[in-house]
Design a protein around this ligand. Sequence first.
Ligand code: ASP
Length: 595
Amino acid sequence: MLRTHNCGELTIKNIDKEVTLCGWVQRTRELGGMTFVDLRDRYGITQLVFNMDTNAGLCEQARQLGREYVISVKGTVTERSNKNAKMSTGDIEITVNSFEILNEAKLPPFTIEDNTDGGDELRMKYRYLDLRRNPVRNNLELRHQLAMETRNYLSKLKFIEVETPYLIRSTPEGARDFVVPSRMNPGEFYALPQSPQQYKQLLMVAGYDRYFQIVRCFRDEDLRADRQPEFTQIDCEMSFITQEDILNTFEGLTKQLFKSIKGIRMDKFTRISYADAMKYYGSDKPDIRFDMRFVELKSIEADAASQGSLFHLTNGKDFKLFDEAEIVVGINAKGCSEYTRKQLDELTDFVKKPQIGAGGLIYVRYNPDGTLKSSVDKFYTADDIKLWAEKFNAEPGDLILILAGKTEKTQKALNELRLEMGSRLGLRTNDTFAPLWVIDFPLFEWDEETNRFYAKHHPFTSPKPEDIPMLDTNPIDVRANAYDLVINGVEIGGGSIRIFNKDLQKKMFTMLGFSDEEAQAQFGFLMNAFEFGAPPHGGIAFGFDRLCSMFGGSESIKDFIAFPKNNSGRDIMSDSPSTISKEQLKELSLKVNVK
Ligand code: ASP
């Protein structure tokens, strides 16, 4: 070893010890006849001291040290006269006897400090320098801890980690595949896995019963902010289980991670059906750190389902917007009745933004004196409005915000408004964690453009047994044994119980528009495997990068990936993707118009 200690471990207990440290020069400063150097490594910073009076030559050399030089230092641990309680090594310093420059360094393009002066692009270009900074290093250490805890927890439960291949067959479902040309098989391609889905199911057929893998997945999707083309999942599969077992096992894992890493004990996770999530929050990933559930004043769908009608609350008062709406739905912003005109205008502008797309915002103030004032007083009497307020359980001091229109669009818009109000009211702090299982997802999703069904989760997801008869009559209403784990409105993971019956799987492919030949060509290996004794099985995958960012209290997953891509999917450090040579293209039998 070139060093006896690291830069974060020496304390008052080590006084008078002769030590050798190695690290990077964080900074040097001169104070009277003394020169101080902060020496940094992964573990911390230790102060080095050089004295002009006792060793002028050495002190002179120390003054020449540039930022980020790599040095090795021999010296004696001494008590500091000026202690720094903020540092673990703050009680001591090293009186240096000799040092050696192991390597010089160019001046870094940004400061290697917690608060750096480097912008995003620059930090990504020099990511290895950015990784020297504490906040980034702490994030990667947190990531490592989460991975270790996960492995331990699952291993104790007899899960085994099995690596599945990265070069696989391209399948048409899901997102777009990244493909890799095969040199030895001209004109043929591998795909990089979007997830190990089919392999983990094959492992169940193989009898491995409890599988997990912390695994890289690849999806060639249009990039949205904070999406990475390659990302990591905690991927799991179990045999001879029901949905309940999966939920309990992975609730257990989540609780263990929160307990051991954040010291937070969590109660049993709330569950909500997909249908209720849409009805009460307008989202399949509700943020339940705060309540503010939707209240419907009119809903064609709910009325049809309950065979009652709420129309009397809104219709027949010549208010066209409500008369024509499929849904009139709102939230109660508690304690906001005194919002100013300006604040209400801001909210109206917010819901009218094209991404949100509401036509306008209707409000009812429940004034502290008990009177009600609404933006539709022209159409409705005080008694009408009073009925609304009752439906909302509103009290003096509250502000009711209402949207109306087409059901899905209005629910989605109100979800945005609800989140906005939650933020404005400080109800979405990132040190509270509100986990939620969303269950009973629909099996299919109808796509207007291609005029066909898509699997909402993936084509291997099992319908609820009691809904199977509806596959032929009203497939859109068929519910799946599929579930998502949502924390603070962020989807952390999702999975399903799988189809393990060949005929049902075949039927599913037919419903998804595959001919028998197409299904055989694409998924034949899985369907064939199902003929050799497939056990009932199911699984789940957690987005590991997102989990890390949630634990780290950050919105950005990039901060938790050592070498992330930028928002256009580029690695700006290595400048990839890049063109390849004509020779490489030829070898791969590819014809590309080379720039
Ligand atoms: N493979 C699925 C996904 O990546 C997860 C699962 O169903 O287990 O979303």
